[in-house]
Design a protein around this ligand. Structure first.
Ligand code: B12
Length: 457
């Protein structure tokens, strides 16, 4: 049996970070592992790399029995486009959709050209599924899978995704393109699921579950040692939660003598709890921590149910800096901000001096508790999936027009990207070639904000 795996293109009109955050399609690689375990022949096509590639030549040459497509919110239109093409060119080919969007909104894909939608992916459901396809059967209820021949009604148990070591050989021909900010080539490694914090705006603990589920560090360190890339991102929600696990991680990295640089997400409270481990992590390659500051205002942090205060943000930043670990901080731009709030944010950033700063407008995702609060002020429908990309403004501002708000966003984008501290850091931390590529990426994003400013009322 042959299965073609596809990551869709990203449409030009979408507000995307892809020009500087462009990671390997980890989910598809995990699915590839599960398929190869069952002796399925796999070919993975990444249209985020092959931007002008087409699906038809792959259908003609590989002759797949099924096509599996991965999805994020920005991919719905192109997933359907690929599925329609598959059904037109090779009607007998089964079309399967999985990924984050399929988990969160399976019904976005309940259309005639799609046969199966995976809400969750595990060894057991993939095995049962492939067995069903190989035997030419249809209509078996399998946990976590919606089946068109059952009218997409799934009565099976819901489960979370199972941890699988990604099959990185399936993306071998693309790997030199994957990058994270100025680090290229850069791999992505997941070491745990879930989060202990319960931030009201956050989707991630809704996707992965509230319980923290950790993978044995020996297995993780082996995976890191096997990477061809000199850089990697640990994409867990908060890699810095568990002190003894971090010590074990360092121990195994030292025994294996692994010399690679990495970036991870870490919460402010986790950073503050363990200053000693940070030094050891730095020796083992930790060069930057991505941390969610979110706001300059304690009341807002408490409204978001953040476990930290603005004072904690400052202390965590100082601590990281003292260990020579860069702070890549992110903020949420609130729809009720006035002009002076944007100014206060800029003052706060100047005080904190993170090495890099990003921001995104508040996203009241329907699965989060803040959805009801902002529902009546939404500028888009929930089914305008590609607008829920964490770059577009989704909530009508209350203190100024949308146009004026976008102007503030534009000014903020300029300030955070072109301040002397960040520019100096970028030039020092990344090869010049990568810095120039980031600049091009920033120009693309900046032009989207200019367009939004000019066109919104
Ligand atoms: C790393 C990461 C990235 C990386 C790489 C993404 C990737 N791996 O493909 C980069 C930096 C490129 C990225 C970009 C974006 N991201 Co991102 N990203 C993440 C992060 C932190 C982890 C994702 C991950 O790799 N998880 C691990 C893998 C193994 O899980 P998975 O992909 O879900 O795959 C599993 C199953 O879904 C399944 N599966 C996956 N594909 C398929 C296909 C088939 C056929 C089958 C059967 C199964 C299957 O198999 C896996 C089994 O465990 C998540 C947060 C999170 N915790 O989910 C945000 C997240 C997924 N990203 C998000 C967003 C918004 C984006 C962007 C749209 C941002 C933007 N404006 O540009 C872009 C989209 C670009 C794109 N199309 O890839 C949102 C998604 C919201 C949504 N509804 O889709 C999330 C949830 C973060 C958030 N803000 O809450 N991202």
């Amino acid at each position: 049996m042959r299965i073609l795996l596809v990551r869709p293109w990203i449409n030009k009109h979408i507000t995307t970070v892809k020009n500087y955050l462009f990671g390997e399609p980890l989910g598809l690689e995990c699915f590839a592992t599960l398929l190869k375990e069952l002796s399925v022949e796999v070919l993975l096509v990444d249209f985020m790399v092959e931007t002008s590639g087409q699906i038809e030549p792959y259908l003609a040459s590989f002759k797949p029995d099924a096509v599996g497509i991965t999805s994020q919110c920005t991919d719905v239109e192109n997933v359907k486009h690929i599925a329609e093409t598959v059904k037109r060119v090779r009607p007998e080919t089964a079309v399967i959709v999985g990924g984050v969007q399929a988990s969160l909104y399976p019904d976005a894909f309940f259309v005639p050209c799609i046969d199966y939608v995976f809400k969750s992916t595990t060894r057991a459901n993939v095995r049962a599924f492939i067995h069903m396809l190989q035997n030419g059967q249809k209509g078996h209820r399998i946990d976590g899978i919606y089946d068109q021949s059952l009218n997409f009604i799934n009565t099976g148990e819901f489960c979370f995704n199972e941890y699988v070591v990604p099959d990185r050989s399936s993306t071998a021909r693309y790997r030199s393109e994957y990058k994270y900010v100025g680090f290229q080539p850069c791999a992505i490694v997941q070491t745990a699921y879930g989060c202990r914090n319960r931030c009201h705006f956050c989707l991630r603990w809704k996707i992965e579950g509230a319980e923290v589920r950790e993978v044995a560090v020996e297995e993780i360190v082996k995976q890191i040692g096997d990477l061809d890339e000199p850089y990697y991102l640990i994409c867990d929600n908060d890699f810095l939660i568990n002190k003894s696990r971090l010590e074990a991680f360092c121990h195994h990295m030292e025994v294996q003598n692994i010399r690679k640089q990495f970036v991870c997400y870490g919460s402010v409270n986790s950073i503050l709890e363990k200053p000693e481990v940070l030094s050891r992590l730095r020796k083992n390659g930790l060069v930057a921590v991505i941390l969610g500051y979110e706001s300059f205002d304690d009341q807002q942090l408490s409204d978001y149910n953040k476990a930290s205060t603005i004072d904690d943000n400052e202390r965590a930043t100082q601590l990281l800096k003292s260990k020579d670990i860069a702070c890549w901080g992110s903020f949420i731009v609130h729809p009720d901000w006035e002009k002076r709030d944007f100014k206060r944010l800029i003052q706060y950033i100047k005080r904190l001096k993170p090495e890099l700063t990003t921001f995104s407008p508040l996203v009241p995702h329907p699965l989060t508790s803040i959805y009801e609060t902002y529902r009546s002020r939404l500028l888009y429908e929930v089914t305008d999936y590609d607008k829920w990309n964490f770059g577009d403004v989704l909530i009508r501002p209350s203190k100024m027009s949308l146009k004026a708000y976008y102007f503030q966003v534009l000014k903020l984008a300029l300030m955070v990207n072109f301040n002397a501290h960040s520019v100096k850091y970028t030039l020092k931390a990344f090869p010049l070639r990568n810095t120039l590529k980031m600049l091009t990426g920033f120009n693309v994003l900046f032009s989207v904000y200019i367009k939004n400013f000019l066109t919104r009322r």
